[in-house]
Each structure stands twice: as C-alpha cells, then as structure tokens.
Ligand binder design. Structure first.
Ligand code: GP9
Ligand code: MN
Length: 699
C-alpha cells in the first residue's frame, strides 16, 4: 500500500481523524439526499456552492460537541449525535416523499404527523433503500466494535475542540452571509421551508423551525378566550349592514378568484406607444356586468402574495413581519372562504398554482382553510420551456388547469394564482408581443410585457369558460395581489405616470390594484368606494348570500356603512378625505400636503389613525393568539385538516370517484367527454412546431 494512503488510513485511529471521517460521511449522504430526494430548485453557481457547503457548519458544530467528552465516551457521543442527525434526515426524506415539503416542528408538536395521516401511510411510502442513510453510522460503529478503527482514548484538548467549534461557527457565518446576499430577508420573510434547507441546511432548518414553533406556542399559551372580548366589541362597533340590492345575487354560482400576480391598477387602460397593455382586462373592467373598484388598495407586508391570500380568504391581516400563512397556517384554527362555502352552501373548493406546493406554506395552510383540492406544479406537465421565474407560464397554466377544473362538482370555488407577471418581469422572446417601456430602469421596463402576456392568457381562459358554459353561471372575481414596481423606482414611476416628481402620496396611490366582480346580470360599473383586500371576503359572502357572523376585519364594499379608511400594514392609511403617510397628512382630493391642520382636521385624522391601529393590532392578536379556536359561529364545524390530502395519486383517484357519485361537474354535463379540446391557446410552447430551446430562469 502506498505510504500516503497508509498514513491517511492510519489517521482514522486518532480522534481528529475519526471526527473528520464522520463529518465527511455525514456530508456526503446529506448531499446525495439533497440531489436525489428533494427538489430544492438550485440555480446557478452560487446556490450550488452554498448547497455543497451547507451541511458542514452544523455537522462540525454538533458532532464537535462529542469532542468535549472524555476517553471512549467521546466516540459513542459522536455516534449518538450522528444517529440523531441521520434520523432527522431520514424522517424528512419520508415526509418529503409524501408532502413535497420538509417536516416542521409544528407538524411534530401538534401531533400533526398523525393528523396528516403520516402514520397510516408510512408503510406505503417507505422504501427498503431508505435505511441506507444509516449505513455510515452502522459501518462506523461496527468498525469501532471490531476494532478495525482503534479508539484513541487520549483526552482531546479542549483548545482543539473549541477551535473546531469556532470553525463550524465561522463556516455557518459564511453560509448565512452568502445566503442573505443571494436571497435577502431569508429568515425574516419566511418564504418556504425549501429555501431554508437549500441555503442553510437541514439541521439549521430544524433549529429554525423549533424556534418559530416555540415562539408561537408561547403567545398561544398566553392567549385565552377573554382576549376575544375586545375583538368582538370592535367588530360590533364597526359592523356594516348588507346591501339588499346585492345581497345573495350570486347565490349558488361558481366562484372564480383569479389572482393577477403583481398587477397594479395603473395598468388598466394604460398604453405603450398607443397600444393598450391589457386590452382584454380593460374590456372586462368596463363591461356593464362587471363591478370595478378604482380605489382599491393592496394591504400586504413582507408576506406579499401570502398576505393577499390571507386577507382575501380570511379577512385577517398579514403580520408586520414574515408571512402569517407560513408561521401560523399549519397550526391555527381558521374559518376561511373554502370552509365557509363548503359548510354553508355545499361548495367544492380548489386552488390552482404553477409553483411548488410548499411555497408560502400553501400545502399546509390550504388544509387549514378547508381547500378540498390543491393543484400545484406536480399536477402540471413540466418541461423547461413551460417555466419561467417561479413556475409555469400563465398561458400553459390556464390551459392545463382545465382538465382538473372540469372534474369539480358544481358549484365550486376555484382560485387560480397566476405567476408570469412577477418580478423580474422576464419573458422569452417568442412570448413578447408588446414593446417594453423606455424608462431605462431595467427591472421596470419588462413589466408591461409580462402584464400583456397575462392579459392574453386571461382572455384565452375566458373564451374557454364561455365555450364550456361556465361563464354564465359563475361569478368571476379578479384582483391584483400587490405592487409590481416597488417604491425604490421613483424616477421610473414618474416617467410611467407622466409626472415630474413623485410624492409619498403618489406612492400610496400607486398601491392601487384591480378588484373586479363579474357576473351575468350583475349591475356593474366603476365604483369609487375606497377599500382594500381585507374587504373582499365580506363583500363576496354578502353577494353569495351567506350570513356573516365570522371574525373578519373588513366590511362589505357595497354596504352603506363600509368604513372607507384603508389601512396599510405599516399603520399609514388612505381615505376619500385624508390620507396619512408617516407623520404627514394629505388632502386626498388634491394630493396636497396639509402643512398646518386645523384642530378639527387633527381630531378627524386622529380618529382615523385610532381605527387603523386598532384593527391591525386586533387582527394580529387573533392570529398570534390563535383566537379563532375559541370562537365557532353557530353551525360551523371546525376544519379537520386530516381529511385533506394534496398528493397527486390520491387526488386523481378521488376526482375519478366523485364523477360517479356527483353528476354536476362540467365533465358530467358534457356526458363524460372532456372539454379540454375547447381550449384554444396561442402559447408557442404548445404548438407542434415549437422549439423547446427557451430556458427557465432562476428561482
Ligand atoms: C410563489 C408566488 C410568488 O408561489 O406566489 O409570491 P410573491 O413573491 O409574489 O409573494
Ligand atoms: Mn405576489
């Protein structure tokens, strides 16, 4: 045997050598699992480097704990720690296979593992080869037991142990620094468990998840049913009656919620070089059967899309930091739109989205909200040319949604979340059909192109709805979730709006997003009422004729008593009279700053501010204290999450079965003949002559 190999092999008989071997083996299997068991969406050299690096820091720190022990004990401690880390890896491999997500502390603690049916299905998802993750631990133990590797009984100098710990900590800092650079606000915005694992590794994810859960359960434990009193008192005071002109007008109709990603109100009727950016949405907006709101604001914070979803379907605000859907979506009790409509009016509910299931914790939160079905990226044909940015391109998404949509029993509540019009607004050449704007700001100029693409995709979907007979028996709701162009682009915004300068008031106005409700026979028109995302659910429930005795912070936009002070998540607000941004008051009619408010103005603004602060903090209390667990309106049954599974095979089976029991789906109405052929799209990727050369961009 060559000498250097002999020397190297000889080193495993020292404590440091054995430690190194253990770390390297642990790293290797973790990396193999990253590549073969999980879909982490690693893009580019930096992310790849981070992925290679990320198992090391915590492995060194954790296995290094053993080095502080004496004699032979340190070897066995090392093996115990190794086995524990491996068990976490093992558990996640199994969990991921079933749920396409990592196991969270919340799932373990709230005996969610059982409520997710993990126990019953374990037998089906486990493969004999899974136990191979323990191979290195078993091997090392055998080598020690049979003295192939000799235990070095000499004490390991604390100095050296401390140095190794420091190396682990330093590597962790490098990992964290690079990750934050690649994906800022990684830990505060709480996007997706996949992200934490991709950047910081499985062990750090465990720590993070347990910390989050501890924090949550502390506030939850402190909360009691008496906290509800102030919430209920507030709601009573701010109650808005229904509008009899509209109440129940949509009863029994299918409901479509079409989420227009990053879509701002200013795009409506906007032109580039004389060409409308969104001609189809404009037509829809001006249709006489569409109720269109032109003073409707997004109210999201860091949780962006997820905040919008939380407001839309629960009428609860997102949190000041992070995503409420991620932090509380798994464990809290909710009384959300899908559950309400299912229980009160027998609706079937489904959410459709072309991204992975775990983003914004949708896979768990949707169960808490009572969604019967959730169709995410695994349900759609995946081909690299079909994707851009976060996932499926809108035209393909809408088209491939139909094969599931047609199987839903009617009436249904279907939410379709689009994706292509998302920052950084890149679109492959073959899909570009309008010129970019020319502000010179590269993150802004592509915005109209992706919006134009979304508009075309929407039109294709609508024409399918008409052919399939769905247009006339559905209420179609459109909304933009949040800004597409952030406040950092003042100069470009000024150019887009044709203004010289942009004030803070203008920026607040720039937070307007579309909100439209279309239905055959609905008295439409442009409605100037001020409102925001928090008001959507109460408005829809009134239209659907559902008695609303739920805890919701918005009010029906069509009600005479609707409060028109619109809260932003940071406590600023706009209203038809005054708006307050920071400490500055503006006259909403003129947009001018009110430098010296009168005593009466001061008093009014103060009252408005009080209202805003109170509703935000009470809503936070409901979410952070999980207060809905103490409040169940009459006749409402608490949602049982264990009833739902979004696993592809189970869903396909259940859809098939339901066709036999319930003959109300579009498919049934067409005598079992699919309506997919009615769908017409000009998506170049789907035409036979298409090239699949266009690539997906980074995530
Ligand atoms: C991801 C998509 C984007 O699935 O919903 O979320 P956003 O970045 O807009 O919050
Ligand atoms: Mn969004």
């Amino acid at each position: 045997m060559p000498k250097f190999i002999k020397n190297t092999v000889g080193k495993v008989n020292t404590t440091l050598g054995f430690f190194t071997l253990t770390v390297v083996l642990f790293w290797l299997k973790t990396y193999i699992a990253y590549k073969t068991e999980f879909t982490l969406g690693v893009k580019g050299a930096v992310q790849q480097f981070i992925l290679v690096l990320n198992p090391f820091p915590t492995a060194i720190i954790l296995l290094g704990i053993a080095l502080y022990f004496r004699g032979r004990l340190k070897y066995w401690m090392m093996m115990i720690i190794d086995a524990l880390q491996t068990t976490w890896l093992f558990a996640n491999i199994l969990y991921y296979r079933e749920f396409s997500d990592f196991m969270s502390a919340g799932v373990i603690k709230s005996s969610g593992a059982a409520s997710n049916n993990l126990g019953t299905s374990l037998g089906q998802i486990i493969h004999a080869t899974d136990f191979l993750v323990y191979a290195d631990v078993v091997l090392l133990i055998l080598l020690l037991v049979f003295k192939v590797i000799r235990i070095d009984p000499r004490p390991f100098k604390i100095r050296y142990a401390a140095t190794l710990t420091m190396i682990g900590v330093a590597l962790f800092a490098v990992d964290l620094g690079m990750s934050e650079h690649d994906r800022s606000q990684l830990l505060t915005r709480t996007f997706d468990n996949n992200y934490i694992v991709k950047y910081l590794g499985l062990n750090t994810y465990a720590g993070y998840s347990f910390y989050q859960t501890e924090k949550e359960s502390a506030t939850r434990a402190k909360a009691s049913s008496s906290d509800l009193k102030s919430v209920l008192a507030y709601l009573k005071k701010n109650k808005a009656d229904t509008n009899i002109k509209y109440y129940g007008k949509a009863k029994g109709k299918n409901v479509f919620i079409i989420h227009l990603e990053s879509f701002q109100q200013f795009l409506i009727d906007y032109k580039v070089n004389g060409k409308e950016v969104t001609p189809n949405l404009n037509k829809f907006y001006h249709n006489k059967s569409t109720l269109s709101f032109d003073n409707f604001y997004n109210q999201v914070a860091q949780g962006k899309t997820s905040d919008a979803e939380m407001m839309l379907e629960n009428s609860l605000f997102g949190l000041p930091t992070g995503s409420a859907m991620t932090q509380y979506g798994t464990s809290n009790t909710f009384q959300a739109a899908p559950a309400i409509l299912a229980q009160k009016q027998g609706y079937t509910s489904a959410a459709f989205h072309g991204d992975v299931a775990s983003f914004w914790n949708r896979d768990n939160a949707y169960k808490s909200w009572g969604y019967n079905y959730f169709f995410y990226s695994s349900y759609y044909k995946e081909k690299s040319s079909y994707n851009i940015g976060y996932g499926l391109k809108d035209k393909i998404f809408f088209k491939d949604t139909v094969k599931y949509l047609e199987q839903l029993p009617q009436p249904f509540y279907a939410k379709l979340i689009t994706l292509t019009n998302h920052y950084p607004y890149t679109l492959d050449k073959q899909n570009q059909s309008i010129a970019k704007t020319t502000t010179g700001d590269s993150t802004v100029d592509g915005y109209v192109q992706t919006a134009h693409y979304l508009d075309q995709a929407f039109a294709e979907f609508v024409s399918y709805l008409k052919k399939a007979g769905l247009y006339k028996n559905s209420m179609i709701v459109l909304y933009g979730d949040h800004y597409g162009i952030s406040n950092n682009h003042r100069a470009a915004i000024a150019q887009l709006l044709g203004k010289k300068t942009i004030t803070s008031y203008d920026l607040a106005q720039f937070q307007k997003v579309p909100f439209m409700i279309h239905m055959k026979g609905l008295k439409g028109g442009i409605n100037h009422t001020y409102g925001g995302e928090i008001d959507v659910l109460p408005t829809l429930l009134d239209l659907l004729g559902v008695k609303n005795d739920y805890i919701q912070f918005g009010t029906d936009l069509l009600s005479k008593q609707h409060n028109q002070t619109v809260a932003f998540r940071n406590g600023n607000f706009v209203s038809p009279t005054y708006s307050k941004i920071g400490s500055t008051i503006y006259n909403s009619k003129t947009g001018a700053e009110i430098k010296n408010p009168t005593a009466a103005q001061k008093k009014t603004v103060k009252q408005m501010q009080n209202h805003v602060t109170t509703e935000l903090s009470l809503s936070d209390r409901v979410i952070e204290g999980d207060l809905l667990r103490f409040y169940t309106p009459k006749g409402f049954k608490k949602v049982d999450k264990s009833k739902y599974s979004y696993k592809v095979s189970k869903t396909l089976k259940s859809l098939k079965e339901i066709q036999k029991e319930n003959k109300t789906s579009v498919l049934s109405k067409h005598k079992g003949k699919s309506t997919v052929d009615l769908y017409k799209t000009d998506a170049p990727e789907l035409s036979s002559s298409s090239s699949s050369s266009s690539s997906s961009s980074s995530k």
